[in-house]
Design a protein around this ligand. Structure first.
Ligand SMILES: [Zn+2]
Length: 392
């Protein structure tokens, strides 16, 4: 299907200034021409012809931290622990649809029980279900005592961890995820995997050509993960200046998932939290914002991720994540790049997606409003194209 979007304001995601009134022509799923409408090459193929006047065209957005098998909401943890294999699978179908309708055309699924996310990634790619282009981790790994063992796969030794990672690679994982930190019952943080296991995990993933992400909610564990050469710090609720400087130097990505705390706070206001839960939440939210500001000041590469489904955050609200990043000091243009070009770099799909350029996949979103002056305009999705096919 060929199509053209005429006279649109183009924000191409490369960091260039927006261009007024250009036309973008799509052929065979790929952007094949960008320029002034009067210069557009004629074609004999019937095209879907969209008048883009008054609209902004941005690259398809990328959410680097989702769990499609979960819905989010206040009972997200109970559901992640209690839902059956079949329920997870059915929920993932709906959540993939929600994500793509919100303009998310690529995503990482960073952990699912039974590794259902690998199946989901394969079936969105094959077209059996509608959803973003997904890179999935399979199950994620930790040492005992970090998370409930039913949520992640608990490994007792470094040798077991390496075997588990190899199993995920064999089953088709496109990335690997480990948990580098945990909390003791009294709330103290601890570095759960430690340098030796982190080194082995990074080596195993990299030898297979895969990137590796680390779940990090602690100062020490985050630093150990970065030192071991992890590709992305997920959550990063507690990052000190030294770790941020090291991340900037090494090019380690930060996926801040600020929606996690925001969603819990908003839903908690409706459904009630105990005083202890409220105090704990306020502290974590504050730390998350401080860590984000530290990373931003240090020049750390930041990729947007919502933790939809793995926390009370829901699928389809990447706009909220970007609003939170802007509220914490990022410019709207940089926030948009974190959800497009930077996400593509972290996923390793920068040759396919992340910017609107001739020769790339036509993953694009038409927005009614200007996200560069009001990032919240990203809630107003008017059309979504995935590899040139209009899906909304
Ligand atoms: Zn998560």
């Amino acid at each position: 299907m060929d199509s053209v979007i005429r006279n649109v304001r183009l924000i191409d995601g490369t960091g260039a200034d927006p261009v007024q009134r250009v036309s973008v022509a799509i052929s065979n799923g790929v952007v094949h021409w960008i320029g002034e409408e009067t210069a557009r090459p004629r074609t004999t193929v019937h095209q879907e012809d969209i008048n883009g006047e008054g609209l902004n065209l941005i690259p398809g957005m990328i959410d680097c931290h989702e769990h499609f098998t979960g819905d989010g909401g206040m009972d997200s943890m109970e559901r992640l622990l209690g839902d059956s294999h079949d329920t997870f699978t059915l929920k993932a179908v709906g959540n993939c649809r929600r994500a793509i309708m919100s303009g998310v055309t690529s995503a990482r699924d960073v952990g699912a029980r039974h590794a259902i996310n690998i199946l989901v990634a394969q079936q969105t790619a094959s077209g059996a279900i509608m959803g973003p282009r997904i890179i999935a981790s399979g199950e994620w790994f930790q040492f005992p005592g970090t998370w409930p063992p039913t949520l992640t796969r608990a490994m007792n030794t470094t040798e077991e961890l390496v075997l588990g990672i190899r199993e995920m690679i064999e089953r088709g994982a496109g990335m690997i995820k480990v948990g580098a930190t945990g909390f003791r019952p009294n709330g103290d943080q601890f570095a759960s995997l430690g340098p030796a296991a982190l080194d082995a995990a990074v080596r195993t993933a990299h030898e297979a050509g895969l990137k590796i992400a680390a779940h990090c909610h602690g100062y020490e564990g985050s630093r150990q993960a970065v030192e071991a050469g992890i590709d992305s710090v997920e959550h990063g609720t507690y990052l000190d200046e030294e770790t941020c400087a090291l991340m900037a130097q090494r090019g380690t990505y930060f996926v801040p998932t600020m929606s996690t705390w925001d969603a819990r706070e908003r839903l908690g206001a409706l459904y009630g939290l105990t005083d202890d839960q409220r105090t704990d939440l306020a502290a974590r939210k504050e730390n998350s914002i401080s860590s984000f500001k530290r990373a931003l000041a240090a020049g750390v590469r930041i990729a947007a991720g919502t933790d939809a489904g793995g926390s009370p955050a829901r699928h389809g609200f990447i706009a909220r994540e970007l609003e939170l990043m802007v509220d914490s000091g990022m410019s709207p243009a940089t926030a948009l790049e974190s959800a497009t070009r930077e996400g593509a770099e972290l996923m390793g799909i920068q040759d396919l997606a992340g910017t609107i350029e001739v020769g790339k996949q036509a993953d694009m979103v038409l927005i009614d409003g200007d996200p560069l002056s009001d990032i919240g305009a990203l809630r107003n999705v008017w059309a979504v194209f995935q590899a040139g096919r209009r899906v909304r």
